[in-house]
Design a protein around this ligand. Sequence first.
Ligand code: ZN
Length: 341
Amino acid sequence: MATTNRICLLTVGCLALLSAGRAFGWGADGHHTVGAIADQLIAGTHAGEKVHAILGDFTLQDAAVWADCAKGVDPKKNFAYTAAGAFAACAIFETPAGEAEMSDFVRRNSTNCVIKAGEEICHKQYHYSDVAIQRSGYAPGTVGTRDDDIVQAVVAATHVLKGDATPAPFDIKSPREALLILAHYAGDIHQPLHVGAVYLDATGAVVDPDSGTFDPSTATRGGNQITVETTAGKKRGNLHATWDAVPASLRVPHVDAAWVAKAHAVPASPGDIFSWPAQWATGTVLAAHTALDGLPYGAEVGHNWSVVLPTGYSSRMTGTKRQQLTRAGARLAQLLEAIWP
Ligand SMILES: [Zn+2]
């Protein structure tokens, strides 16, 4: 798999760390924004008290990057944490106890799932699904869904916080671990390219992976294998990373009363809380449709495609990012308040 062109959003040091994996969802900035919105929404509530009791000194904003920081644990080095100093956002977890906590999670969540050829170790797969943009929503069984995907990961963490047993194949040992990962996955499940995907043939034409026999070579891995190019042919990173990045206007210093009020107005999801993650993912698939459909994809070269983003795409993308970050923060808070009314 071509991975060297992936852009990492925490620090430059993470290129090496991520050489065998996908780019981080939203990047640290976006995840911090999601956590900060949720922190403000649950302040003064019973859910806020429970979160404080479980996480101690950490806020949801802090916890929101934990599951990405845990990718710094290397199974090939006896599950040692090998990224110390590489990520500013992870520094708060880089104590002996903090590194042991990440190591323990990865040790229990590396080979507990069915790993098909070309797939990542289990816990790295918890961060995404690859539902084709032709689908009208998230439905288990379609190409790009798995029993260890982002939707099922949010469901599993919710079960643990409700006091239920952890659904297989996940291994979540405590409410604290569940809350640490949920604070992160709530962001990922709203990043369009973490849930939806475009599948392309060798000419760059969009194909439907659920029609006929699925050809794995059409997978773009959430846009990680689509290089963004300028009209002059200059490479500008990959499409997944382009969506992970958030501009300054969407970072924590801008999470003000007006933004929190917008989050407060996000409608509650209907039905049972365990059905919420699939509902949220369906909305994100629709956002992915807008993000990925109709783009001028180039022909495949070395299992990598290219794209030139059309005029106006960047400002539309920022609007979608704001909408999805707002939903993520709001829904994380709504879920926690439903668990602890
Ligand atoms: Zn992630």
